[in-house]
Design a protein around this ligand. Structure first.
Ligand code: UD1
Ligand code: CA
Length: 466
């Protein structure tokens, strides 16, 4: 099989986005557009990948490199295009990176949802001696390059701005993906001119040159339109986002997940679900999330980087984000409404975390409860502990974080402050309103607050009569 070198064009400004952010860095399902394109290369085993950058080149390169490192794929090579004189000019910048043999696959950095198997079949259609184009039939082809055929054979691609009225009625358009024998590409690129409506060097002019040189041009139509949808405007980006999100919801429903409304669901990462999972409206999942059998997610939850075990119920308006330290919620646990689980929160089975409770870098053993208005940070909470309303761990002394240990079966009353480092012995009780600065013995009642004073028949001050 011929070696494949890949060129991804990502140098354009993206004028129609009307944004300071380079177009290829706008996000679809939480990932930059160009990262989607690079992600589709997985099964191709390309010899080399070159990304053409230009507009905000450094920002695009840093972002692509960071994405590649996070995703465990090799960081691509970059070639800068300054100024940006069109897609043909863009590919010229990649020439020094391309081998002399093999096939060059050219991809548009702003057409994010192309699939690996489609690219594979495009490379196969090239076969090392043909110019292979990926095309698509669009009900509204406005703005795209039209595929002009004569007697079925592809003769040229005419850009929308250069097309005649008759050519504009053509619905078959170029997707921005082509596979070219590299030796031919290198010979043709210097022959592309810029005598056209936009005075740009169009890569699409390769088709005419191939026809002139008697090289066969094949255009294969992509069956699924979404693979060819380019992003040129905020509107197209939003439409593609909704299309993609609906597909993700449909794929999950195929596996048995029940959505109150699949149109009000967003997945910006991966979601693995067991059986009988239910998701209410307006939930957002990010990073890697797994939901065990029978998990129920209430309305308006945001859940990122978390494992929720079987039978757990996440009530509405709960925010969970494990970032680098995945959150775990144990079997049958009840969380929320209005709970916040931060990185390193690990909840055992049957744990209850109620409204306005924040948990960070803390472990709650089986059956522990923190039901109202509380903070647990850098803490180990034993089994069956009851942590009272309004209590907090003071884990930060202004310079360092310290741990709190609350042993099994402790009862912490309301409105307590546990000043870390501190340990509450097993089975102990902390009286409401206590500020605990010293370790307490197992089984002890600890009260650390001013004693109550009552003065009999106290008369409040009165205003003098007028
Ligand atoms: C291009 C095609 C058009 C096709 C459409 C599909 C050309 C001349 N036209 O048009 O036939 O129907 O894609 O989506 O190729 N870029 C550079 N450097 C440049 C110009 C563009 O790197 O100098 C990059 C852009 O960042 C973008 C891609 O190339 O990722 C496509 O550029 P864009 O200007 O969006 O081309 P279209 O007008 O959409
Ligand atoms: Ca485009």
């Amino acid at each position: 099989m011929a070696a494949v070198d890949v060129v991804v064009m990502a140098a354009g400004l993206g004028t129609r986005m009307k944004s300071r952010v380079p177009k290829v860095l706008h996000r679809l399902a939480g990932r930059p557009l160009v990262a989607h394109v690079l992600g589709s290369l997985g099964e191709l085993q390309a010899r080399r990948v070159v990304v053409i950058t230009g507009h905000e080149a450094q920002q695009v390169e840093d972002s692509v490199a960071a994405w590649a490192q996070r995703s465990g794929v090799p960081v691509p090579a970059f070639a800068r295009q300054q100024p940006q004189l069109g897609t043909g000019h863009a590919v010229m910048q990649a020439v020094p990176h391309l081998g002399d043999d093999g096939i060059t696959l050219v991809l548009n950095g702003d057409v994010p949802l192309v699939q690996g198997r489609t690219l594979r079949s495009l490379v196969d259609a090239c076969g090392g001696d043909r110019l292979a184009l990926l095309s698509v039939d669009l009900p509204d082809p406005t703005g795209y390059g039209r595929i002009v055929r004569e007697g079925g054979a592809v003769r040229s691609i005419v850009e929308h701005k250069d097309a005649s009225e008759a050519q504009r009625t053509v619905r078959e358009v170029y997707t921005g993906f082509m596979a070219v024998p590299t030796a031919r590409l290198k010979a043709w690129l210097p022959r592309i001119g810029n005598d056209n409506a936009q005075q740009e060097y169009y890569l699409t002019d390769l088709v005419k040159l191939a026809v002139q040189d008697g090289v066969e041009v094949v255009a294969t139509k992509v069956a699924d339109r979404v693979e060819a949808d380019g992003v040129n405007s905020p509107r197209q980006l939003a439409e593609l986002e909704r299309t993609w999100q609906l597909r993700q919801a449909q794929a999950l429903m195929e596996q048995g997940v029940r959505f109150a409304d699949p149109a009000r669901f967003d997945l910006r990462g991966t979601l693995q679900c067991g059986q009988d999972v239910q998701v209410d409206v307006n939930c957002v999942f990010e990073g890697d999330v797994t939901l065990g059998d029978g998990v129920s997610i209430g309305a308006n939850c945001v859940i990122a980087n978390a494992h929720i075990a079987a039978g757990a119920v996440i009530h509405p308006f709960t925010h969970i984000d494990g970032e680098q330290a995945r959150v775990s919620v144990g079997e049958g646990a009840l969380v929320g409404p209005f709970a916040r689980l931060r990185p390193g929160a690990r909840l055992g089975a049957q744990v209850h975390v109620g409204n306005f409770v924040e948990i960070k870098n803390a472990t709650l053993a089986d059956g522990a409860k923190a039901n109202h208005l509380a903070y647990l940070g850098d803490t180990d909470v034993g089994a069956r502990v009851n942590y009272g309303a309004g209590s907090i761990t003071a884990n930060y002394d202004g310079a360092n974080k310290h741990r709190t240990v609350i042993e099994a079966d402790v009862h912490v009353g309301s409105n307590c402050v546990l000043v870390a480092p501190v340990r509450i012995g097993a089975g102990g009780t902390v009286g409401a309103g206590s500020v605990i600065t010293k370790d307490t013995a197992a089984g002890a009642l600890s009260v650390a607050r001013g004693r109550q004073v009552s003065i009999a028949n106290w008369e409040r001050p009165k205003k003098p009569p007028k």
